[in-house]
Design a protein around this ligand. Structure first.
Ligand code: ADP
Length: 458
């Protein structure tokens, strides 16, 4: 029983965050419940008296009104707006019926005031004003009815029409005073609740932004530490090599010409590595400060691929890993792309170098193909792959899965930013122990699709 009552008293159509609508439903359910309990006394006494006095019509009207309130309380599934209308108009109906049947001896006037209060509470200022107008109409119409003797069989006919107006007009200021200020208070409350809600929302947004800023600051702090740890190691190692081998060469401590040649190679490679590292750092800081720019021009992709082929042929990265370039683009080899050639080369070099770094035996395949309105590049290796747990992090700055491997942990994050600033996407597929394929797509324009590109190339 307790659970049933709690259930009936809890708003189900609105929740607390909806503000005034929730409170309207909340008050409505309690008013109904109070009416059900306290009205039961009035109902029992009233109906008993009516039956004794042979006022069967009054007894039926009161029964209809009371049972409709019971009905509204018991049937939770009735739409709330309909409940509001039923209860409000039932108060009006009861008021009018009691007035006609019992005259001013009954509770008719009280119900008319109750009708105005309910209208104000449930339908706002408009409801309140309308209820005062309806009450006025009721008074005037009953007065006219009295004048023409329409209610001769009812107790109201005991009142003179003039006397009726004197008595009943008092009800108008009463219903206006009870309903209009209430409607204004509800309106004011609604505004206050709405502005509080707006304030709460903006506070939530601010807190969210502060959280994000805090997380970013913490991440930056962590990244700074990772960066310092990484960089000092990554710079020191090649720098030591450069210093050490240059010293040997400078002091003529190496006699053998082949050995000398090898040392020059080592110095050159380490210098180049340092240069790449510095370039990466500059790019990373440009990305961080949103200053990274790209410059698009038409260029032949096949040219770029040939350039990469030469570069890696001369590098001779590994004896056990083969490198293959595949150009799967229509029959036309001279495909021109309107994009930033230098940046695309940089991305491909990053991905190929990574593939070499993490492939000890097997092959690397680099290619691009036409994929509807995008151009899809890929670098596929048969290397160590990327474990499930590391997959979500590898595009983050300074993230290196294996701290013992060379690298600043910047290559992929820079590549991602570059691809995105060229309007594309980058992603990968990987199987641990079997290999990884990095893909990136770049948008293609109509002109690029045409096939006759020589005129476009500057
Ligand atoms: P780094 O310059 O240190 O290689 P990257 O940002 O390029 O940094 O790569 C981040 C990490 O992603 C690497 O340390 C490596 O763990 C992983 N990774 C990148 N490419 C590959 C690949 N082809 N195969 C396996 N792991 C890779």
């Amino acid at each position: 029983m307790k659970k049933w009552i709690i259930n009936r008293l809890s708003p189900i159509n609105h929740n607390l965050s909806e503000g005034i609508e929730y409170w309207k439903e909340y008050i409505f359910l309690r008013v109904l419940f109070l009416f059900l309990i306290l009205g039961s006394l009035a109902y029992i006494f009233g109906v008993t008296w009516c039956i004794q006095a042979n006022y069967y019509l009054v007894a039926s009207v009161v029964s209809i009104a009371y049972s409709s309130i019971v009905f509204v309380i018991v049937f939770n599934t009735i739409p709330l707006q309909i409940k509001y209308y039923v209860v409000t108009y039932m108060a009006l109906f009861l008021g009018v019926s009691l007035l006609i049947s019992l005259g001013t001896d009954g509770a008719g006037f009280i119900y008319l005031i109750g009708y105005s209060i309910l209208a104000a509470l449930l339908f706002g200022l408009r409801g309140a004003v309308l209820s005062v107008i309806v009450n006025l109409l009721v008074i005037v119409l009953i007065g006219i009815g009295l004048w023409y003797g329409i209610f001769n069989n009812y107790r109201i006919s005991l009142i003179e029409p003039g006397h009726w107006y004197v008595l009943s007009f008092n009800i108008l200021p009463m219903s206006a005073v009870a309903s209009i200020p209430l409607a204004l208070v509800v309106k004011g409350l609604k505004q206050i609740i709405d502005s509080l809600k707006a304030l709460q929302r903006s506070l939530e947004i601010n807190i969210e932004q502060l959280h994000k800023a805090k997380e970013k600051a913490e991440e930056s702090d962590q990244l700074k530490s990772m960066f310092l740890a990484n960089i000092s190691h990554e710079v020191r190692t090649p720098l030591n090599a450069v210093m050490g081998y240059t010293e040997l060469l400078m002091h003529n401590m190496v006699e053998d010409e082949d050995e000398k040649e090898r040392y020059y190679q080592i110095v050159f490679q380490n210098g180049q590595y340092l240069l790449e590292m510095m370039d990466n750092l500059v790019d990373a800081s440009l990305i961080e400060s949103h200053q990274l720019t790209t410059h698009s021009n038409f260029f032949q992709l096949s040219d770029l691929i040939s350039e990469l082929k030469h570069l890696y042929e001369s590098k001779k990265n590994s004896e056990t890993v083969s490198l293959r370039f595949v150009e799967n683009l229509f029959s036309c080899a001279e495909f021109a792309l309107n994009s930033d050639r230098k940046r695309i080369k940089q991305i491909l070099i990053n991905l190929i170098n990574n593939a070499y770094k993490f492939t000890f035996i097997g092959s690397i395949e680099v290619g691009y193909e036409d994929a509807n309105d995008t151009l899809l590049f890929y670098v596929k290796d048969t290397g160590i792959g990327i474990s499930e747990e590391n997959r979500k992090n590898i595009f983050r700055r300074f993230v290196k899965v294996d701290q013992l491997k060379g690298g600043s942990g910047l290559g992929l994050s820079i590549s991602k930013s570059l691809v995105e600033s060229l309007g594309g996407k980058i992603w990968f597929d990987s199987q641990e122990g079997k290999g990884t394929t990095f893909y990136f797509s770049l948008p293609k324009t109509e002109e690029e699709n045409l096939g006759n590109f020589n005129s476009l190339i500057k």
